[in-house]
Design a protein around this ligand. Structure first.
Ligand code: AMP
Ligand code: MN
Ligand code: MN
Ligand code: MN
Length: 280
């Protein structure tokens, strides 16, 4: 079993990198990519635990990027976690996230949510604050029933706790991943709610920018969305990645490694060039 998209406490996951690797091993996974949002801070710990457990850990990342005004997620697989250019770029993202967290808290305060910055910080295990950390605090404080509802009412565009992302450009994200030796993969393409023509424009542009793969099978796609993205991958000549986008046991509808096999006629990203050195 191969799972190429997962999160730990280095971003908004709830298991530590080592706990995540143990959970992946128990779930029967042979190859796991750790792809925390805008962070490689968990890779070393995950790598050590993977050696202990005898599974393969692919060092990865999920970069927040902008394609004109559209925020996108770009997974980087097999990146060099010691790359200094990448590290510096991630420091800048962290700085932006810290500023953004203050802004989110300030806006929430105006809507009667108190101490949200301290609450989000308490929910985070590193300095990286994401909307998920705010969401956990808001549920805890009774402002909404569950995480889904918090996002809907507070944390998405047009809602009181939303601050738009000034993320790096898609081109920059691709460049950072490539220059550190990684393979760039468009994460969960069906999640962006793009029209069919806009989706095809994005895929065409990404192909020209040298992106080799898209996530065809994602824990955040429906079965139909997996199939749709398989057809697009074949059409545009992308290889196909698969990942659960696991964030921890609190979201039991997403399980590590529980993915339908990549649709026939798609080339799995681990069998395509550039090589990922994954033995399926
Ligand atoms: P951020 O990177 O700070 O903008 O936070 C984005 C993260 O919030 C995503 O990676 C998801 O884990 C989570 N998220 C976004 N939208 C939703 C939603 N509608 N329901 C639950 N979690 C969400
Ligand atoms: Mn997340
Ligand atoms: Mn994502
Ligand atoms: Mn993710």
């Amino acid at each position: 079993m191969i799972d190429l998209h997962s999160h730990s406490t280095a971003s908004d996951g709830t298991l530590s990198p080592a706990e995540l690797v143990v959970a992946a091993t128990r779930a029967g996974i042979q190859t796991l990519a750790l792809t925390d949002h805008d962070s490689i801070a968990g890779v070393d710990e995950a790598q050590r635990e993977a050696r202990q457990q005898g599974i393969q850990l692919v060092p990865g990342i999920e970069l927040s990027v902008m394609w004109s005004r559209q925020p996108l997620h770009l997974v980087g697989l097999n990146i060099d976690a010691d790359d200094s250019e990448l590290a510096q770029a991630l420091d800048e993202v962290l700085e932006f996230r810290t500023w953004r967290a203050q802004e989110i808290a300030r806006k929430l305060e105006q809507h009667g949510v108190h101490d949200a910055l301290a609450g989000a910080r308490a929910s985070a295990r590193t300095h990286l604050i994401s909307r998920s950390h705010f969401a956990h605090y808001l549920v805890e404080q009774g402002h909404a029933r569950d995480i889904r509802q918090v996002f809907k009412r507070f944390m998405v565009k047009g809602k009181p706790g939303y601050v738009g992302g000034q993320w790096m450009s898609l081109e920059r994200g691709i460049e950072l991943i490539h220059q550190s030796g990684g393979v760039a993969v468009l994460a969960h393409p069906a999640r962006y709610r793009l029209s069919r023509s806009r989706m095809r424009q994005l895929l065409g542009e990404m192909r020209e920018m040298g992106v080799a793969a898209i996530e065809v099978v994602s824990g955040s796609h429906s079965h139909e969305e997996n199939q749709m993205m398989a057809l697009q991958a074949i059409d545009f000549g992308f290889s196909a990645s698969q990942g659960s986008d696991y964030h921890g046991p609190e979201k039991p509808w997403v399980q590590l490694g529980q993915l339908p096999s990549i649709y026939y006629r798609c080339t799995p990203v681990w069998e395509a060039e550039p090589a990922l050195n994954i033995s399926a």
